[in-house]
Write a protein that binds this ligand. Structure first.
Ligand code: DX5
Ligand code: ZN
Length: 217
């Protein structure tokens, strides 16, 4: 059974406090925070000051997904803001190993996220150092896109790779996750499901969060 990480990207930004309380009441396991810089992805969201403010209103673990160029410039800022998991893209940093070591040096969990066309081989030599793999099932940048079906085989291969090596790496999937594909993804061995528009776009955010959780009871 997968944990649920609602993505704040699809929330009402004028009402963040109230909307976060709704997913917390609904039983969400993480808050997924999509940081975009307008360079690595064609969209801009928010950065450390907003995350730091939100840290004061909830104790939910913060799953921070950095879609920014050269993330090594800001690792400490996001740690200080309250990130519990910091996930970076290998496409955005030249020295992936060094950046991962820096994240871990602060005592939080380090993740690597792969764009849909980035090969799993990219992370072959860093598997012993990471805590989480985030498979993008849409092209990063926007909420509300359709799940790319060809990513199913990538998810299966990632699960096999983790298990074959006997590692405890969490497998997370992000993009196009809805109530009607969540169970299938969980059955493939996904540990964390990110859901943005499916949850924050719902009329009843708390109920929708609970509906996701109830898939696995
Ligand atoms: C996309 C983000 C996702 C996004 C998912 O770049 O990384 O976290 O919020 O949104 P949905 O669930 O609507 O596809
Ligand atoms: Zn994300």
């Amino acid at each position: 059974m997968a944990d649920i990480a609602p993505s704040l990207l699809s929330a009402n930004f004028a009402n963040l406090h109230e909307e976060i309380m709704k997913i917390e009441d609904g039983g969400a396991d993480y808050l997924h925070l999509d940081v975009m810089d307008g360079v690595f992805v064609p969209n801009i969201t928010f950065g450390p000051p907003v995350i730091k403010s939100l840290r004061k209103i909830t104790s939910m673990p913060f799953d921070v997904h950095l879609m920014i160029d050269k993330p090594e410039r800001y690792i400490k800022d996001f740690v200080d803001a309250g990130a519990n998991i910091l996930t970076i893209h290998p496409e955005a940093t030249i020295h992936l190993h060094r950046t991962i070591q820096e994240i871990k040096s602060y005592g939080i969990r380090a993740g690597v996220s792969l764009n849909p066309t980035t090969s799993l081989n990219t992370i072959e030599y860093i598997l012993d150092d990471i805590d989480l793999i985030l498979i993008m099932t849409v092209n990063p940048g926007f909420g509300g896109q359709s799940f790319i079906e060809s990513m199913i085989s990538k998810i299966v291969k990632t699960r096999e790779m983790i298990d074959k090596r006997g590692l405890k790496i969490l497998l997370e999937v992000d993009g196009g996750v809805k109530l009607d594909n969540a169970l299938q993804l969980s059955n493939l061995g996904v540990d964390i499901l990110v859901a943005g528009s499916a949850i924050f776009g719902a009329d009843d955010i708390k109920k929708k969060t609970t509906d996701f959780k109830n898939l696995f009871v």
